[in-house]
Design a protein around this ligand. Structure first.
Ligand code: G3H
Ligand code: ZN
Length: 282
């Protein structure tokens, strides 16, 4: 199947009471692992790349890899820019073939976040490119402030933001953070309910690595339609490579360790897909 439209994937998830996994990939093996997992679970899936990853290899390279992998399965596969911070980030991905992007203006003053996100949506809309915006600050990102309840998404502001910008998906801050948690985070489920009541647009949960399965299920039950997972995949990859090299220090074929790491990433993606409820939804 060709690379698919993210917007419909997310409205289907919202209406169907499940969430689609959005998995950050780092290289070809991650792409293969995510698509294989989705194929085996018969699940729609989103492959996303951060701006840093796109400095390592261009959007055209990732788009080509994802297209090739998607062509080998019948499940829907979308490709998405994660946390784009400038117009240039967005346009580079659109030129590279992406049909879905995130503009993250969450650290800007509110009016500026609205203005920039609306401009991105105005450019992307006519091109058929889906736009995810972010409101409230999810801790753990570069330049992000320390974890603070004051930065959680306000439901009324969320409704205003969606109305003014016309985004297709909205990332919300309800207590998750990017990276590794020191303690299990406390999520503000009531806030999520209030946002869901105020906003019809599909909602996105960032920072899902390290949450318990029950926390993720609860967020999905309360209306999250897209769940971003990066750190757990990176850890699985790196630990598997380290173990393989330790076990066989005399092996110089990179495919041996990378193949095992690919299997490890695939296994985690399969588990996450089941927790999100998207298995069997393709
Ligand atoms: O945008 C990416 C994510 O929000 C991933 O967060 O690294 O905590 O899984 P994570
Ligand atoms: Zn994120």
């Amino acid at each position: 199947m060709a690379v698919t439209d993210l917007k419909k994937m997310l409205t289907d998830a919202r209406d169907g009471g499940y969430a689609v996994g959005a998995f950050n990939v780092e290289n070809m093996e991650f792409v293969q692992a995510v698509v294989r997992a989705a194929d085996e679970e018969r699940a729609p899936v989103i492959i996303q790349t951060s701006v840093n990853t796109l400095r390592y290899a261009a959007p055209e390279m990732f788009f080509a890899m994802v297209s090739a992998a998607a062509a080998e399965t019948t499940v829907p596969v979308a490709i998405h820019l994660d946390h784009g911070e400038t117009r240039e980030d967005i346009l580079a991905c659109v030129r590279g073939g992406y049909r879905s992007v995130m503009f993250d203006g969450s650290l800007l003053p509110y009016a500026e976040n609205v203005r920039m996100t609306r401009r991105i949506a105005e450019v992307c809309g006519p091109l058929g490119v889906t736009v995810e915006g972010e409101l409230g600050a999810i801790a753990g990102k570069k330049n992000a402030p320390a974890h603070s309840r004051l930065l959680y998404t306000n439901p009324d502001t969320a409704a205003d933001f969606v109305r003014q910008t016309g985004v297709d998906a909205l990332a919300v801050a309800i207590g998750t953070a990017h990276g590794i948690y020191k303690d299990t985070p406390q999520l503000d489920y009531e806030r999520l309910d209030d946002i869901r009541r105020a906003v019809d647009t599909p909602l996105v949960l960032h920072g899902a690595s390290g949450l318990t399965d029950e926390q993720v299920r609860e967020c999905v039950r309360r209306g999250i339609a897209k769940v971003n997972i990066a750190t757990e995949l990176r850890i699985a990859w790196t630990e598997t490579i380290r173990a393989a090299q330790k076990e066989a220090p005399g092996v110089f074929d990179p495919k041996k360790a990378a193949g095992r790491a690919r299997d490890a990433v695939c296994g985690i993606v399969r588990e996450k897909i089941r927790v999100l409820g998207s298995a069997g939804k393709a």
